[in-house]
Design a protein around this ligand. Sequence first.
Ligand code: FAD
Length: 332
Amino acid sequence: MKLDSKTILIYVEHSGSKVKKNTSELITAVKKAAPSAELTGVLLCVPAERAKLCSDIEKLNLKKVYVVENESFSIFSKENFASAVKAVIEKAAPALTVFSHTTNSSETAKVLASRTQLAIICDAINFAVYEDGEFVAVHPMYAGKIRAHIKFENQPGGIVTLRPNVVEVCETASGACSSFETVPFTPVSNDAVKIINVIADASKKIDLSEADIIVAGGRGVGSKENFKVLEDLAAAINGVVGASRAAVDAGWREHHDQVGQTGKIVNPKIYIACGISGAIQHTVGMQTAKCIIAINKDPEANIFKIADYGIVGDLFQVVPELASELKKLING
Ligand SMILES: Cc1cc2nc3c(=O)[nH]c(=O)nc-3n(C[C@H](O)[C@H](O)[C@H](O)COP(=O)(O)OP(=O)(O)OC[C@H]3O[C@@H](n4cnc5c(N)ncnc54)[C@H](O)[C@@H]3O)c2cc1C
């Protein structure tokens, strides 16, 4: 598929009061791969959120944004959300619709693909354009050992989800969007599973998949209480605590803290692995971190093979010292 000056639809993800950074990541990635494409956006929100979100969107490099407002969007439903995006696709006829690969957006994208019969490429880590002008999405396979370049063939349009935090936002994402069009919409409610309430995480901590700094602990941490050492380091450097499955299975951390194949895929700027051996099921979830620091008392631990910096030592000695030195650096 050649994108040239075709329309590309960006799914605007938000928190209700703010457009999320991953929307700028999508714009940056698409602008890089298809500079002459026309970028439009789709915003789903409840009516009370519209004004605030549109004022955020005005700063983005989008030619036009289709706004679907409805009270039903207060609770996430993949059927309802996909149905609203489908209504916009029927209006805008984009060559490509791009979502961030977060839990809700990727669920929406998959249902949308099934309802529109459009092909979908999930969990891309980059976009590229070949010399002949063909658009490809780069997707890691076999636990990140190879990177497949996937293209759409003979398709009237396609859907791609891009992993959050893998693209550095640059100024091409900023612009002046001033054109908004409201799209009428009747909610659908044929979900086999109905979400009746969403309870926000009381800790209000940043989600692991959006965090810039993660301090993760494994079986080597030894107990739930011992995670306090990691919490202190994370607090000193504005990080978030993650965990290996061994730590989650032991009941020391909640499942939403788990990094890896059956947990979250994370792409922070810094990942500090403490008492984690580096099993493939763990590393598949964090190996795209920009800088990996491993602390382990076993010099042969696998984690050192992918670490940028390694400290062989007891985490209960190393982590508090690291926290204290970093606090001194940060506080001057
Ligand atoms: C289908 C499947 C899916 C899986 N999904 C996941 C997943 O999503 N995420 C995941 O993490 N795992 C996953 N696993 C489990 C994975 O295979 C490993 O068992 C797990 O990652 C090991 O966790 P760990 O590194 O914390 O523990 P261990 O492998 O036991 O390693 C503990 C490490 O701590 C070090 N250590 C001990 N004490 C200290 C100390 N005081 N100071 C410093 N270092 C110390 C040890 O040297 C050791 O290297 C999955 C497994 C399967 C089969």
